[in-house]
Design a protein around this ligand. Sequence first.
Ligand code: PEP
Ligand code: MG
Length: 582
Amino acid sequence: MTSFTLHGIPVSRGIAIGRAHLLAPAALDVQHYLIADDQVEAEVSRLQSAIAAVHAELQTIWNELPQDAPAELGAFIDVHALILSDPMISEMPLDIIRSRYYNAEWALVTQIEELSAQFEEIEDPYLRERRADIQQVGERVLKVLTGSANLLPKSDGSEGSASMIVVAHDISPADMLQFRNRAFNGFITDVGGQNSHTAIVARSLDIPATVGVSNASELIVQGDWLIIDGDAGVVVVDPTPVVLDQYREKQARQVRERKKLGKLKKTPSLTLDGTPITLLANIEFPDDCAHAMDAGAHGIGLFRSEFLFMGRTGHANKLPSEDEQFESYKRAVIAMKGRPVTIRTLDIGADKPLDFAEQTALNPALGLRAIRFCLSEPQMFLTQLRAILRASAFGPVKLLVPMLAHAFEIDQTLLMIGQAKAQLREEKIKFDPELPVGAMIEIPAAALTLPLFIKRMDFLSLGTNDLIQYTLAIDRVDHEVAHLYNPLHPAVLYLLSSTIAIAAKAGVPISVCGEMAGDTNMTRLLLGMGLREFSMHPSQLLSVKNEILNSDLTVLEPVTKKITRIFEPKAINEAVEKLRTL
Ligand code: PEP
Ligand code: MG
């Protein structure tokens, strides 16, 4: 096989070298063929082995559930194991092979379709929903049969197990959850944008990744040797020994650089002129706090609480209970040992749908997302607010509200926080009565009407991922418009600099918690705009600190002011690049 190179969008830095592990989409268009009489028992035993393999996989997942996995994930796995053991899956397809001479995949699909049709007729919505479980179990078996099992082996520490690269058409943020403890060191998808939540999760896992690599999942074959250059967005398939050596060398150089950065962990985060800069971490789960502490973060600037609400397909309780949420938030607060934890209320919708909520919106990024969804589900929102408030009794907590644009949304939110506080007071449950409440500034309308927010909120956080998406009208998950996603667009720079300046003037603390905060190419620009608080993935923190330690605000500020007055893209790029040499 000859070597070839594919290009995509770089989303997570570093070099990964390993063998391709293809995640086929549910192979429902499986091969259909009739088998001969003397092949029947072999086909039956092929299906039986696949079912046994899925049993073993489910058991392994069960045994390895992370501590912070949603409490009912175990129950969900049990349901799948039960379905798998039921004669309708474990026996009926075998009968179809014996009686109709179908190949194993065809027999299984026939039975799943039959069952799905029967479940569709059921009136009880809970039972009707089990149809999805049956289909998922069927897909698992099918993937084993077709040799494209989605499940990844856990790392056994050997070199082989740790050098696998996942290749898929797409991976949902929820699916990424199952990869957290798995042995793989990079991923490639056909679709996706730089700041899709899947990309963000890849960055939080700190593994090289490239998305939007058109047709990667068709061009790459299971077991191919691959190199991902996560800095350049390049994928080399079946590299020659010379190319492999070059990338190994580059990889070793990066490891050495990281080691060097490791020495900065305890270095105070000060610019050359002595200005202290706060470095916070973005997390998805409480266990991520260990990484944040390890990187020397001053606190958590963004806890994306929605990840506690995702990956719950098949759970009896679709939403995490107040206690379940409280335990998660409290764990983060305790893990941060007195450093503040900013918990963002549920930002569900768009590319982070709830498993059970069918997305019918034509344009979900502009639909009932984040605070809009929460205000439309007051009971659910109140439950979360109570859980966050309860966690505030165990250490400093801040509450951050996503996607606000209207004064009445802020007012309703504050009213509900007041209501949650009143309930807890009545129930004599402790919480921090002074809990700071902040707003994400991530819709242009919010950035342009900042006085509304300053008047009502204790702090602000710029969500640059969405601010860019909504300012430039490009879907952040759509790879066809990914080339238009430009943090340096003059409109974006205007909104950022004016927001930071107005907040600073009003004395309201402001941070950036979008991906720009962790991009070392942007550090000096943001410092020059007056930003003093950055929140990013723990893995990016020391590179950003390194940039800060070498920055002089007295030099950066006047130059940045000039940059915000430039409109020509080429001139902006050159000026921002030059900032890095000052
Ligand atoms: C943002 O929009 O910049 C942000 C931090 O939130 P999210 O990426 O979760 O939408
Ligand atoms: Mg956002």
